[in-house]
Ligand binder design. Sequence first.
Ligand code: MN
Length: 202
Amino acid sequence: MANKYELPPLPYAYDALEPHIDEQTMRLHHDKHHLSYVNGLNAALDKLAAAREAGDFALVKHWSREAAFHGSGHFLHSIFWPNMAPAGSGPGEPSGDLAAQIAKDFGSFNAFKAQFGAAAGAVEGSGWALLVWEPNAGQLEVLTAEKHQNLTQWGVVPLLVLDVWEHAYYLKYQNNRGAYVTAWWNVVNWADVAERFAAARG
Ligand code: MN
């Protein structure tokens, strides 16, 4: 069966972020909302395991969506809690390599804060603002996420990807995406996938 995820405890007391974030909000947010993501992720992975066992993928889209929604919620909140600490308990701004990278990529700490704040304010509906490391160019970026899932889970490392946009197969396979997918298995570079897997596991 799938791995069982657990709700990580808060790294501080529920009232530790007062008065900036109130105790009642923290109790509800962590104990109810985050827990429901953990439970939902475990349930979705169990359902997908049962589907594999039964060879019945009729509900694969539904359970994949559930895994993406609850997994993204679980992984992002697991970063969110330790991203915070009681006011005054640590340095008020970054230093060292992080400070240097922020200065390099955003111009200054204040410019970064202005962009991050504007991005957070501009998220439509529910979502997140994120400071991310973009490893291809080796730079920091500010991104936003509406909702938080859209069929992915933050924190995962892609190992094998398949383009199913119509431009990837329509000339040869027209509307028969299934035939394209079946054929595609013949050209997968498993050595590359294995390298990425080894790198991801560290
Ligand atoms: Mn939340």
